[in-house]
Design a protein around this ligand. Sequence first.
Ligand code: TRP
Length: 507
Amino acid sequence: MTKKRETWKSHWGMIAAMIGTAIGLGNIWRFPYLCGKYGGATFLIPYVILLLGVAMFAMMCEWVLGRHTKRDPLGAFDKIKFPFGRDIGAWGIVGPFFLYSYYIVVTSWVIFFIFASLEGLYFGKDTGWYFASFLGSKWVFLVHIAAVAITSSILAMGVQKGIERACKIMIPTLFVLLVIVAIRSVTLPGAREGIEFYMRPRWEGLLRPEIWMAALGQVFFTLSLGMGAMLIYGSYMKDEWGIPMNALSVTMGNTSASILAGFAIFPAAFALGFGNVIGGAESIGLTFIVLPKVFEVMPGGHLFGGLFFILLTFGAISSAISIQEPAIAWLADEVGWPRKKGAFFTGAVLWLMGLPFIFNGFVAGGLGMKLALLSKMDVIIGQLAIPVFGMLAIIAVGYFMGNRGFDEMNKNARIKLSHTPLKFWVRAIVPIFMAILFVLTLLKATGVIHEGEGVGFTPVGITPITIFAMAFICILFWGGFIYATARVLIIEKDKHRRRKLGLHHSR
Ligand code: TRP
């Protein structure tokens, strides 16, 4: 194609879009659910290690593939001459259809719950029953159409006017609303127990492999890896933006939202008497069953419930657009379709692909059965497909791009990662870590190792270690986010200006 490829318009817009794809249901539903199941702070430790040590590097590799080739996933793997590049890259186009097909269904439930909360529709009812009956109603069908239409329309408007502009509005709003809801939650009388649950690690849990496996799946899911999304978003990155610091900023920004979501959910759940549900079987229904109960008894619950589901909608929509984008980019790059046509065509296909999950809710009885198809899909995609494709991007950069890949990673970066340790890390450490966890997953799938109970919890009151852990985590993530973002936005910009003016001679 001779047409110049679109790029992000501004640096801040790029960060908003990247954080927009990353923050979504994964942060606000999946992260607290896993954290609850695996003992709060006990889960945070493997999560942070794998996030910074493995997933952040995987993200940089996807960006490198995208920016270096300036192509969609299929074209990118082909261009670097990866064996069977076109077939493997095709996963980056097709895979997201499967992820989107159910992700958007959950998104549409969230949209419905904005109204359900503001109107108090579930107040005074058994929320499990309410949710199940919602899944069998015509509303599911209608909100699903609306959700698909929203993402398709944003995407039809293009990279700068659609994706970037939408994220620049939605992401800051999301953070403000999340802070409001978190403050409400931690100031409820009796919130301490929840804070303590969330922040006090139970070290013995760290020896359990399934916690590490769950954390690996989660770090890939939360950074939107293994689906071509980050690769495509990387292909719209300008060459003058350094990759490592931007990766740190996006990783920290994404995780600060997850941590905040925990503060929004656990203290309130414990304060209002639902602590026993956290970590139990029902905790997977946290968002649509437990939280509505919490909003029902919380002072100002209509409003806070409404705000919570609005922010979750913003997170989910800004992620869903990144899942739909690779196919549109492919249709534009390789087939030559205009963006609008691609957006509405993919929208129609994706709508059809979501219908089985909706019909599952219509015909099956009982909440578990109504969700059966969707949760199976989530396991296949989340625990298998995403890490596998994520690993391929790492191998592509580590072994097939040679120095080109590592040079691209450091191109124009102010803080360069030194080549030898970086190579060693990307080529050896990251794949080894992932391979071990894959093997464990296989052993679990074949029944050789068994999943234990959730990690137990006995409240002992707030201890100094809890307070220390809380302060440390907040400083690490919010401080890291603010530092890294300020650094890339202010310092690097200044550097480029000076370089343009010929004032900078350091290299
Ligand atoms: N990261 C998003 C979340 O946490 C989900 C998501 C968006 C995603 N795009 C993706 C996950 C691509 C995997 C791959 O909700």
